[in-house]
Design a protein around this ligand. Structure first.
Ligand code: BG6
Length: 490
């Protein structure tokens, strides 16, 4: 049985930030919880010079065991994990480097079938070189033994529809679609995974989930920090490609898609593609872009003064986009997605606002009747809150909107797994539900490609906003134009 095969996980780009801070600690956590086979090895490949011991020391800096395994202490597990880690120094485009890696792997693997995962923790500019070198070196199982190979890649998958299609075609020369796991780490977040359960395992929501009852949907993503050392990468992509076209659009898909025929990867992804195709291409009139300037105190520098940002850069660090879904469920309901760096808070939440109650029943108190809202806070402090009108206790009649609140910390007395843990376990188990299929990616690019090209060809200057503020005024204007921001409370 291939599940019991040995498992080799190759992390390409193993000395980098993503590998060290996210991927390898998540594997360690899975190891501590007993999810990795005993015969598991991790191989790092990168350009930095390390020997095996140096690589292990580097990994150890970021390992913390969040779980207490029954049989061994955390320290024992750390040593056991590190003893399975090996390193190969190499160049990403060199077949020789991958042949060295192959030799190293064969020494540990011995005979017998082995499953392999290749995690590409590298910039997209070298994805294709690495895939080709992996193919040439013979490391990729071609399916003639009872073993498998899988590749994991992270966005950005191209810069627009065309470059994404080319990337997909080229990668398919080595890894078929079935072998490819395109990660969007937001899909691994606990509350994002809960969206389908919330919608389809509760009788109460489905009858309300449509244009008759829902007034508007706002998906907001804000970070209180600027791009810092990631400026070199960020400037080439901007916030629309970095966060909107993927993380926020995925959240929107899960919120708005039709019920899948079954809870399986094929049916869920079919429903997401159908939804994405019903969203028209975003128009420039419905998009606002901003870029942070220095903070009002002058302590935080402007985007263009960050390391590796060319002066005069037009890359947006803030965007607000109004998406329209043309199907019977959602026609006419505005979906506002908003993302910004260097804003005044860290938050990712969905605010579903219901239509107001019709009629005038409450006399003096009528003005206090506010629309209901369902607020799903993805981070920080995961929560689902229903904002409903209530009578304030007392002898008179006073109405106030109050919260029915489900806070994850209080409701579930359990550790919330890291998104990468969940997604890596799915890769090992071959569960493709939370990964982006090629046609889904194409449909997502179709929404944003025309407007991204327009911004570039017109050299649109993003509106400046101070570091640490609520973002550009134009974002609020767009929100008001579509009926957001009225009567909104906390
Ligand atoms: C990444 C983006 O995909 O997600 C970053 O490239 C962003 O710009 C990050 O900061 C946010 O992830 P999280 O899990 O910290 O919300």
């Amino acid at each position: 049985m291939s599940q019991e095969n040995k498992l080799g996980i190759v992390v390409v780009g193993a000395s980098g930030d993503l590998a060290q801070r996210k991927v390898i600690p998540a594997l360690f956590s899975l190891f501590c919880q007993g999810y990795l086979p005993e015969d598991f090895h991790l191989y790092g490949l990168a350009r930095t010079a390390f020997d095996h011991e140096g690589f292990r020391r580097k990994i150890a800096e970021n390992l913390t065991c969040r779980y207490t395994p029954g049989v061994a202490s955390c320290a024992d597990r750390t040593e056991a994990f590190l003893s399975r880690c090996y390193y190969c120094q190499g160049q990403y485009s060199s077949s020789d480097s991958f042949l060295d890696l192959f030799q190293l792997m064969r020494q540990q693997e011995g005979d017998g079938p082995v499953n392999r995962i290749f995690y590409m923790a590298i910039p997209p500019s070298v994805f294709m070189d690495v895939a080709k070198a992996l193919g040439d070196s013979g490391l990729v199982a071609c399916g003639d033994r009872d073993e498998w190979s899988r590749i994991v890649i992270e966005k950005p998958f191209g810069r627009d529809r065309q470059s994404s299609d080319i990337l997909i075609q080229e990668m398919h020369k080595v890894f078929t679609e079935d072998m490819t796991y395109r990660i969007d780490h937001y899909l691994g977040k606990e509350i994002v995974q809960n969206l389908l359960v919330l919608r389809f395992a509760n009788r109460i929501f489905e009858p309300l989930w449509n244009r008759k009852t829902i007034h508007s949907v706002h998906i907001k993503w804000a970070e209180p920090v600027g791009v810092g050392p990631r400026g070199g990468y960020f400037d080439g992509f901007g916030i629309i490609r970095d966060v909107m076209q993927n993380h926020l659009l995925q959240i929107l898909s899960l919120l708005a898609m039709e019920r899948p025929a079954k809870f399986d990867a094929g049916a869920i992804r079919d429903a997401k593609v159908q939804l994405l195709k019903a969203i028209g291409p975003l128009s420039l009139d419905d998009l606002v872009v901003g870029q942070y300037g220095a903070s009002e105190s002058g302590r935080q520098t402007a985007y263009v003064a960050e390391p590796m940002i060319p002066s005069g850069s037009l890359s947006p660090t803030y965007a607000a986009a109004l998406l329209k879904i043309h199907n019977p469920r959602w026609e006419g309901v505005p979906f506002l997605i908003e993302a910004g760096k260097a804003l005044d808070e860290r938050i990712n939440e969905v605010r579903i606002r219901f239509h107001e109650v019709p009629g005038d029943v409450w006399g003096d108190q009528q003005a206090r009747v506010e629309a209901n809202e369902l607020v799903i806070r993805i981070q920080p402090d995961e929560a689902i809150t229903l904002k409903i009108m209530n009578k304030v206790p007392g002898l008179g009649l006073e109405l106030a909107r109050t919260d029915l609140n489900l806070r994850y910390q209080a409701a579930f007395n359990t550790l919330i797994p890291d998104a990468y843990e969940c997604l890596l376990l799915d890769v090992i188990e071959g569960d493709r539900n939370l990964f982006i299929r090629a046609d889904e990616l194409a449909a997502a690019w179709d929404i944003f490609t025309p407007v991204l090209h327009d911004l570039e060809s017109r050299k649109t200057v993003p509106e400046s906003y101070p570091y640490g503020s609520a973002g550009p005024e134009a974002g609020r204007r767009l929100a008001r134009r579509y009926g957001f921001l009225q009567g909104k409370s906390s």
